[in-house]
Design a protein. Structure first.
Ligand code: CUV
Ligand code: SF4
Length: 625
């Protein structure tokens, strides 16, 4: 097989399992990636169009062949349209997840969702207040029902603004209004993306890109934010908690259940069902010492943040978890779940259980989840896993030893709480220069680059330079595995940041949650900006997605720059075939929203770019370098 394992990942547990895969003759995403080489040059540049059946059309990047499609679309138009469709898909994924969270919340309010309850009533009342709903003289369930209904109506809101966008500083809101990108409901924006990219509709790259920004804002400050907040009400707002990370969290003598995907709606119930004494007794009857639940990707992040459930790894480790031979059930919902898992699970005793009515895969056991009987379904799933334990072949079990401790659970509320309820101490530290600024590092893994290399090195460079890092998604998991989420990691921070972390007993890298929880970062940024009376684009902050791959990441990147935060991408988006789109995204858009993208695969150079931007913003605020 192609590359040697150390070129594929910096993570020792991942390397060990890649060697094991090789020994067992099993293919992983890395091998399939190698088989895809060379990847299509038109696709890489974004100049292939399949939007109508006169095509497919492609533009010759060398300027010798076709310079437009059958309809006359140029490379600029095709690239912009393709990018808009990526944003639409990403925003749809986040926001459809949000819709399901609200629907579960509504069923709970109606007393039809056994096992769910209002865990954070204070947060619910605060949300209700944003919508002008008064809790006066009403039961929490009545408030919940009214709130659920107004939240549901946000998705299809035909006229703007959507309520949570009013959380942004007033200056940011007027930037959006002036540019004509203050969004309406996310459903409407996504439909308009599809309409505009149909043959013969919107054919101006800048006009298309502006709608892309508008759509992404309806995700970040709409769909994603709704998902985060409703999940906090239903399952609790995270507070700091200790846990563990990496494949070493799997247990050699317990039933291992992995929850993978993105929604906490079912995984919360699985966590509860796995603690049920009846289930634990059954596990013991089957010869196991107990039941161990761990997570992968963002479903994992959700239960990690709220319950300290260990994370077994990030996106590229999903297959490796099965290859340990120690997983009784891989339970999935939606998003970032490789269809390859079906075949793979078939080579082991692992049950690959799919639960979402929306997401089926080859080779799965379907155990569809519905709110009305979520706890019951969760119990059935846990039982299936436990009863599968005797099928485990001890001779094939190979759990890497590596795991690292981590401190997680830094919701915006928890961070502000730790600071005494106001951003002032953080502002003071930034003003004095002890903390230079804030870096938000997020996003996926991608076999195009060495697994975790960009994540870990970029974050290390930032904290070494006194930049406080906030993280979500698969970056957070990479940081956890590297020990960067431990308070002890303060030792790796610069002379300004280190004593602050040590005094507060927190790591220099704060895990804020799953990908939809990037909305927490927006809320924190808004709190800082509002406190200072400036716009988000004035803050000494920068973002990065060193190893991104998903369409969701494209929507995220777009709303982060639309919110005013400069963002460095570590893998190249499919836009280079259009000089105009490339130039708008890396330069022109700055004049519209006060931030732009950069592409820099080298994490050390990416850190330099982010730090330079932070210095520039400090200067703008009249702060010392
Ligand atoms: Ni939603 S989107 S690979 S799991 S961060 Fe992880 Fe996070 Fe990307 Fe998917
Ligand atoms: Fe070709 Fe235009 Fe049809 Fe795209 S929309 S496939 S460029 S004819």
């Amino acid at each position: 097989m192609g590359k040697n394992v150390s070129e594929r990942s910096i993570d020792p547990a991942t390397r060990a399992m890649l060697l094991e895969a090789d020994r067992a003759g099993i293919e992983t995403a890395w091998d399939r990636f190698d088989k895809q080489q060379p990847q299509c040059g038109f696709g890489i540049l974004g100049v292939c169009c399949r939007n109508c059946n006169m095509g497919p059309c492609r533009i010759d990047p060398f300027g010798e062949g076709a310079d437009r499609g059958v309809c006359g679309a140029t490379a600029d138009i095709i690239v912009a349209r393709n990018l808009l469709r990526m944003i639409a898909a990403g925003a749809a994924a986040h926001s459809d997840h949000a819709r399901d969270a609200v629907l579960a919340f509504k069923k709970m309010a109606e007393g039809e969702a056994e096992g769910y309850q209002i865990k954070d009533g204070a947060k619910m009342n605060a949300l209700a207040a944003e919508y002008g709903i008064s809790p006066e003289g009403r039961s929490p369930e009545e408030v919940a029902l009214e709130l659920a209904n107004v939240l549901l109506s946000e998705f299809g809101k035909q006229e703007g603004p959507i309520t949570f966008t009013r959380r942004a500083p007033a200056k940011r809101q007027s930037v959006w209004e002036k540019a004509g990108i203050d969004p309406r409901g996310v459903d409407r924006e996504i439909v308009e993306c599809m309409h505009r990219t149909h043959i013969g509709v919107d054919n101006d790259p800048v006009h298309l890109l502006l709608h892309g920004l508008r759509t992404s804002i309806s995700d970040g400050w709409g769909g994603s934010m709704i998902a985060t907040d409703v999940q906090d009400v239903l399952f609790g707002t995270p507070t700091p908690v200790m846990s563990e990370s990496n494949l070493g969290v799997l247990k050699s003598d317990e039933v291992n259940i992995i929850v993978h995907g993105h929604e906490p709606i079912l995984s919360e119930m699985i966590v509860a069902a796995a603690e049920d004494p009846e289930m634990v007794a059954l596990a013991i009857e089957m010869g196991a010492k107990g039941i161990s639940v761990s997570g992968i990707c963002c479903t994992g992040n959700e239960v990690l943040m709220r319950h300290g459930i260990p994370t077994a790894g990030n996106f590229l480790q999903q297959e490796l978890a099965v290859i340990t031979g120690a997983v009784e059930a891989m339970v999935v919902d939606v998003q970032c779940i490789m269809p390859a898992l079906g075949n793979l699970a078939g080579c082991y005793h692992t049950k690959f259980i799919s639960t979402s009515p929306k997401a089926d895969f080859p080779g799965t056991l379907r155990m569809e989840y519905h709110e009305e009987k979520a706890l019951e379904t969760a119990r059935e799933i846990v039982r299936a896993a436990v009863e599968n334990y005797p099928n485990r072949d001890p001779g094939r079990v190979n759990i890497p030893r590596e795991k690292s401790g981590c401190m997680v659970g830094f919701s915006a509320e928890a961070i502000l709480g730790a600071l005494g309820g106001t951003p002032q101490p953080l502002v003071d530290a930034i003003v004095s220069g002890s903390i230079k600024g804030v870096g938000a590092v997020v996003g996926c893994n991608n076999p195009k680059v060495q697994h975790d290399f960009g994540h870990v090195n970029l974050v290390r460079e930032l904290i070494r330079n006194d930049v406080l890092v906030v993280t979500t998604g698969c970056n957070a998991i990479a940081c956890a595995k590297a020990g960067l989420l431990l308070p002890e990691a303060a030792k790796e921070a610069g002379p300004g940041l280190r004593p602050i972390c040590e005094a507060l007993g927190v790591p220099p890298v704060l895990h804020m949650g799953s990908c939809v929880d990037i909305s927490r970062i927006l809320v924190l940024a808004a709190a800082l900006a509002n406190h200072l009376g400036v716009d988000i684009s004035d803050l000494p902050a920068a973002g990065a997605a060193p190893e991104w791959m998903s369409e969701k990441a494209v929507s995220i990147g777009a709303y982060v720059i639309a919110s005013g935060v400069y963002t460095v991408l570590g893998t190249v988006p499919p836009v280079l075939g259009s000089p105009e789109v490339t130039s708008v995204l890396t330069k022109g858009v700055e004049g519209v929203v006060g931030a732009s993208f950069a592409v820099e695969p080298d994490p050390f150079k990416a850190a330099k770019l982010m730090i330079a931007k932070i210095e520039e913003k400090r200067e703008g605020l009249g702060l010392s370098a």
